[in-house]
Design a protein around this ligand. Sequence first.
Ligand code: NAP
Ligand code: ZN
Length: 349
Amino acid sequence: MTVKAYGAHAADRPLEPMDIARRAPGPHDVQIEIAYCGICHSDLHQVRAEWAGTLWPCVPGHEIVGRVSAVGGHVKGFREGDLVGVGCMVDSCQHCDDCEAGLENYCDGMVGTYNGPTDDPPGHTLGGYSQRIVVHERYVLRVKHPEEQLAAVAPLLCAGITTYSPLRHWQAGPGRKVGVVGIGGLGHMGIKLAHAMGAHVVAFTTSESKRENAKALGADEVVVSRNEIEMAAHAKSFDLILNTVAAPHDLDAFLVLLKRDGTMTLVGAPATPHPSPNVFNLITKRRSIAGSMIGGIPETQEMLDFCAEHGITADIELIRAGDINAAYERMLKGDVKYRFVIDNASLST
Ligand code: NAP
Ligand code: ZN
């Protein structure tokens, strides 16, 4: 079946309307009519070939929400009409240690929602900037938020889980001081989630204009990271710093804010490496630099349920598909509060 989508034919070409094919649902598949899809900075990295291995045409989008329109004969967990989500992956090997632990995101055979290997035409997966997607039921999430919040739920499928998982892994909670660096799509979710988990949250931003907003999101304190005096006031005080910045930068400025045994987890994935940090900033306080990639399917469901229970959604700006290229330019300038979400109904008009 042919559906409408928005994608690019080359790294230096803008995204444009295109028709793509979706398979008929197999026995374990769920067919979803996509209502909304968030725009992640990873979409921009991938479609502009800032990361290795982009395949063309590229239809990005891995913050997908919508309604089930058909299910295969063996599907047990979903029915036509259900509100569901799909995040960053649509398949994995399903039998390695990682998959068995529910950490499909770390499986070597993980298949991304776009740009991953598939038998479907054109030979690589095509993402959520499209009217419909067909996904194996194992990778489909249940949405329990009220339907009127659906557009603002979409970003939870990547920005939400990518911040929730490291916050849980490094035990953000009461009595812990947590920093969130970069207040974009991921960072604003990091603030909301760390706050809901009961941590003392400090937001780090390069944008003076986000100082007040970050407090409204749930930050207890806000630091403009270009201000050395403000930075120095937090020296040696953090248990955990979640760094979401999408560009290479000086990690030492944040490492020195960790207390003994503190960890800075990098989730931002810039196109080129950060300058190597100073080893003395690690060894003198037994500090760690770590990384984390999205989250497994069970934890993604746990995150969605946690957000539904605590009334958490993303702060979004809803756009039409024709505005995607302009939205990318604004995202590069940090000019979005805090996530663009595509109204996929606009693909058909
Ligand atoms: P975003 O909305 O563009 O937010 C990034 C924020 O970083 C900006 O709003 C800005 O916040 C800050 N920043 C500071 N200097 C910057 C610079 N020179 N260029 C860009 N940003 C700068 O991006 P996002 O969607 O949150 O994604 C952030 C990064 O995480 C991207 O690299 C993305 O690919 C990656 N990512 C990783 C995973 C994973 O699994 N690890 C998952 C999703 C995304 P301030 O204005 O507050 O300074
Ligand atoms: Zn993403």
